[in-house]
Design a protein around this ligand. Sequence first.
Ligand code: GLP
Length: 240
Amino acid sequence: MDIEIFDSAALATDKLSELLVERVQAKKDLKMGLATGRTMDAVYHKFVTKLSEKKVSCINILGLAIDEYIGLAVNDENSYKHYLNFHLYEHLDFVKSNLLVPDVHAEDLDEAALKFEKVVEDIGGVDIQLLGIGTNGHIGFNEPGSAHDSQSRVVGLTSSTLASNKSMFGNNEVPKTAITMGIGTILKAKECILIATGESKASIIQKLVNGDISSKVPASALKLHKNTKIILDREAAKLI
Ligand code: GLP
């Protein structure tokens, strides 16, 4: 794992957004695995700004949501589909139909998860997989205990994840289930980049960086991937 530490969250998100622009410049039809969450807000904002400044076309960028909540209404603003449209696919010349999200409104959710796994395969795999990390080590919604070869599937969310994500739901309940790409799905990407900023991530980053590969820390599976970069700010890196 290649680890880069920046003095501030702003510098860390600058770096990641710049790197993403370079990847799009090198491959116009880049296939991006897209994480969500508060850390990604600034990354996507800066990515869109830089794409615009450099007049890079987004018309062929394919995005695959890494996960999606089950049980929200189609137009719910807390859905990750809404998040990714709001931050990326409603901007510039991004094409909304190029954003692929697991079909959490299907009657058979297990089948919908299998179909999503097949979509990842059919497009020829993800070029660059963006990842945040939960304070319990989850990537996507692969909670502790997820197998390293797990595929896209329906999962239950832990109480720690429900508590962490509550601030985004106001008075509404955080859904307790989701469809997520599996860890095995994530590891098939050609390149993985995980970003973590802020003190609240310091303890899990310490376990990830200094600990062994273990399903107790799902993100540690990234150590099995030959092309993984971890981007941190000083706060998130302070215990390593
Ligand atoms: C959610 C997402 C994850 C993301 C995590 C971190 O649980 N499913 O993909 O990595 O949040 O979010 P934040 O950046 O808000 O800490």
